[in-house]
Design a protein around this ligand. Structure first.
Ligand SMILES: Cc1cc2nc3c(=O)[nH]c(=O)nc-3n(C[C@H](O)[C@H](O)[C@H](O)COP(=O)(O)OP(=O)(O)OC[C@H]3O[C@@H](n4cnc5c(N)ncnc54)[C@H](O)[C@@H]3O)c2cc1C
Length: 410
């Protein structure tokens, strides 16, 4: 049997593509190497846009918690800054398992077929056109008009279809789910910087008064600095030991992953094949946020898949229309800019101390300004003030930014 769409991977990108493709009446098959759709790291902290894309309400069972304040702090000096609700857009903690089940069940109800325990080895090609994939060491295969590589940062579809990402900055992260915590304020989420953390941040997102998600994400800088840092797991365990709230906590879940943070890869479509999610670099780089961008990309790709089926056209030019529309979106623009910013930060940190910069920001930036930066609608007046207040730092980062533009290209 030949499918319209074969999706590889059941992260947020693959599930959304499958859910929307099936809803549009396309014959859809999904291949996933894991045994089930739940118990993976989908990504948890999101804003209203992700809930709209998921089509869930803020007060539904798919949302584990809602935060009214976000605090940034230094683990070394205790310097901190808080952004409260009056300034902050809504921030939610997803119930990842329920959200994944929801997309899976919607897709199944609309006729999508899921094959778990299916580890894709390679795409198959006919005259340069991708025609499907083989999986489980060649024991099985599927044929499809469009193959979707939603198989994460180390995508087999991407590699075997011949896509390249010449220089790709990666962020490595792990996360513990903790129970049995004490005196947790469930309405406040915390971000920490510190010597042990390296270039990245440690986060604490409460799920309730006794449960939190404690995680850390880190980007390699120089090899020697990376190896001199304590392992990320140790940093989380140290945090637990040294904080009263988590000292007696139990680790009830642990997982991790890798997130690209250098922006979109140069090309993510070709004849009969398209990438979606981490595999295409569709992640907001500075914070490593991929849920919203993956859901958005999956929806768009399904729309285009329907067009391709209706026109019976899976040529390179036809599939590229998805990429073209994606690249023109506001989210893609953000991804590209934060990707360039991330190159700048990583270059800056090879020559300077990024933690010193973080400490300056924590001590001297006010909550309103931080909120403007986080929300992405910073005013000209604020930019001018920041420029004067942080002139030496801005100058150094600016140099790094220009260099990174040269590395990334236009
Ligand atoms: C520790 C951590 C915390 C994060 N927190 C957040 C957050 O709070 N908010 C946010 O927005 N983002 C967060 N992110 C980022 C977000 O999780 C990712 O960007 C997002 O999950 C990417 O989705 P994806 O569908 O592209 O890929 P993935 O989620 O990586 O899914 C890929 C899927 O493909 C499967 N697969 C891989 N190879 C094969 C193969 N060969 N054959 C078959 N199946 C295969 C995998 O098993 C997996 O299920 C976090 C990431 C990490 C690592």
């Amino acid at each position: 049997m030949k499918y319209d769409v074969a999706v590889v991977g059941t992260g947020p990108a693959g599930l959304k593509t499958a859910e929307q493709a099936a809803a549009r009446g396309l014959k859809t098959v999904v291949l996933e190497k894991r045994a089930k759709v739940t118990d993976s790291l989908m990504g948890e902290l999101v804003t209203d846009k992700a809930l709209r894309l998921l089509r869930v309400r803020p007060d539904s069972e798919y949302v584990g918690n809602k935060f009214s304040a976000i605090v940034g702090a230094s683990l070394d000096t205790g310097a901190s800054i808080a952004v409260d609700r009056r300034l902050l857009g809504n921030s939610y903690l997803l119930d990842e398992d329920r959200c994944q089940e929801l997309m899976y069940e919607r897709a199944v109800a609309d006729g999508a077929e899921f094959r778990f325990g299916a580890r894709v080895d390679s795409v198959t090609k006919d005259n340069g056109q991708v025609t499907g994939v083989t999986y489980n060491r060649g024991a099985d295969s599927v044929k499809a008009s469009l193959t979707v590589g939603a198989d994460g940062s180390f995508s087999r579809v991407s590699e075997t279809a011949g896509f390249t990402h010449p220089k790709w900055l990666l962020s490595y992260g792990i996360r513990f789910k903790l129970a049995n915590c004490k005196n947790i304020d469930p309405e406040t989420a915390y971000f920490y910087v510190g010597r042990d953390v390296g270039l990245g941040y440690l986060w604490l997102y409460p799920r309730s008064e006794t449960e939190v998600n404690l995680g850390i994400g880190r980007v390699p800088t120089t090899g020697s600095e990376w190896h001199s840092l304590p392992p990320m797991r140790e940093v989380l365990l140290k945090y637990m030991r040294t904080h009263e709230e988590t000292r007696d906590a139990k680790i009830v879940g642990a997982n991790g992953g890798v997130v690209p943070c250098a922006g979109l890869i140069p090309r993510f479509t070709d004849a009969g094949v398209a990438l979606c999610g981490n595999s295409a670099g569709q992640v907001s780089s500075i914070v490593g946020g991929g849920v919203t961008t993956c859901l958005h990309a999956g929806s768009l790709l399904a729309q285009h898949a329907q067009r391709m089926v209706e026109q019976d056209d899976f040529s390179r030019r036809s599939v590229y229309k998805y990429e073209k529309e994606y690249r023109g979106s506001k989210l893609a623009w953000n991804i590209q800019n934060t990707g360039r910013g991330m190159w700048a930060v990583s270059r800056y940190s090879m020559l300077n101390d990024p933690l010193e910069a973080a400490e300056i920001v924590l001590r001297e930036l006010d909550a309103a300004t931080l909120n403007e930066i986080v929300q992405g609608h910073i005013s000209v007046a604020t930019v001018m003030r920041l420029f004067t207040d942080f002139l030496p730092m801005v100058f150094k980062i600016g140099r790094g930014y220009l260099k990174s533009l040269a590395v990334v290209g236009p």
